[in-house]
Write a protein that binds this ligand. Structure first.
Ligand code: GMT
Length: 373
């Protein structure tokens, strides 16, 4: 197959899924062309004569234009790639602007099929904005096939946009060889003392992630047991979380590491992952933690219960229930048996339900089916 993949390059989950999937599709012998404004960060070091290839969307600034037009630019670059490489299928990750751009390129070329994968914020936050409602609904309706990363997101898409079409649920996946427990005490010693519980949060610090709740939960835990918190990622709510950590007197034990590239190392040495999001279509970071045998304390929001099994691989609480989350965290951290059982159950789920060997064939089957249809 010859496939073009459109995705966002930033360190978000949709870009990660798109890149890891594209790499696996290329490894399976298919021709993969990534199209985007910048090279996806996990694509660095891959590619070459046999692909996968990367085509940068050209940008064009002109005094008359008040803003750039990313959808038009992406559609134009994708059109070139389709014509030059005889692309059979465009896989748009994220509805805005990629699905719209892919539909546009399909109309221009009169070729290729379009698969759109919905990742969450494109539907729940951005897509539901009146400013993008019609274009997003149109892209979802006109795609030849649509997938969503959780059953929750598929249902919400139908509800929010009033679309009746089939949406196939294909969960996120994790590389269990890369996201693995690190037992070397020297690695852990770089971040925490041996007697401290190491809590971790990874996100883009947008309001939907409720990073202040992370700090609130940690302050409660740290008032009971020796503990340290690693905050990985960057985004608009980082200053608020920092300020709150100062107010609550835990700033010395809270480390904001920014967009730390080596997430697997931090997860591999951690004891507990916190994900208190108000909405989360899947929660790839929680799955990556589970793969490293790290129990998860999270909000019972969106698709999180499809990933984290309450009482088995972690503990789920209502959104905003920082007392409940702190209580759950302490229950796990104080009881070695519970901690170990949840860690093992998380790893088991990652290696079975969310293993690439189970998920990638679902995408490949969708590709083949869509091309032949
Ligand atoms: O979580 C983010 O804000 C990044 C966002 C994205 O679009 O890159 O992640 C979304 O897609 C991921 C991959 O499918 C999911 O695992 C995340 O749950 C989802 N984020 C939200 O729904 C908030």
């Amino acid at each position: 197959m010859k496939v073009a993949v459109l995705c966002h390059a930033s360190a978000g989950g949709s870009g990660v899924v798109a890149t890891e999937l594209g790499l696996k599709v290329a490894r399976a012998g298919h021709e993969v062309h990534f199209v985007g404004t910048a090279q996806p960060f996990r694509l660095a070091g891959h590619g070459g004569m046999r692909g996968p290839y990367f085509h940068q969307v050209s940008s064009f600034a002109y005094a008359l234009f008040e803003q750039p037009y990313p959808e038009l630019a992406a559609a134009n670059t994708l059109t070139e790639v389709i014509l030059e490489h005889d692309i059979q299928l465009s896989h748009a990750h994220y509805a805005i602007p990629h699905a719209t751009a892919a539909i546009h390129a399909k109309a221009i070329t009169g070729r290729t099929r379009v698969i759109t994968t919905l990742h969450g914020t494109d539907v729940t936050l951005v897509g539901a904005e009146p400013a993008f409602r019609h274009t997003t609904r149109h892209a979802i309706e006109r795609s030849n096939h649509v997938t969503a990363v959780s059953a929750f997101l598929a249902d919400q898409t139908r509800e929010l946009f009033g679309v009746g079409r089939d949406i196939e649920v294909i969960h996120n996946f994790v590389d269990g060889d890369r996201f693995v427990r690190i037992t070397d005490p020297a690695v852990r010693a770089r971040f925490a003392h041996p007697d401290e519980a190491l809590l971790v949060h990874v996100s883009n610090f947008r309001p939907v992630k409720r990073v202040q709740d992370v700090v609130q939960v940690f302050a409660r835990v740290a008032s009971e047991i020796p503990a340290r918190l690693l905050m990985i990622g960057d985004g608009p709510d980082r200053p608020r979380a920092f300020e709150l950590a100062q107010q609550l007197g835990v700033i010395g034990r809270t480390h904001f590491l920014g967009s730390f590239p080596d997430v697997e190392t931090v997860l591999g040495i951690s004891d507990l992952f916190l994900l208190p999001s108000s909405n989360e279509s899947f929660g790839l970071a929680a799955l990556e933690a589970m793969s490293c045998e790290v129990p998860v304390v999270a909000a019972r929001a969106g698709g999180i219960p499809e990933v984290v099994e309450d009482g088995v691989t972690g503990i789920l609480c209502p959104v905003g229930d920082v007392d409940g989350m702190a209580h759950g965290a302490l229950r796990i951290l104080r009881d070695r048996e519970v901690y170990t059982a949840m860690g093992h159950a998380g790893r088991e789920a990652a290696l079975t339900r969310f293993h690439p060997s189970r998920i990638v064939p679902q995408y490949l089957a969708a590709y083949e089916h869509t091309i032949r249809r």
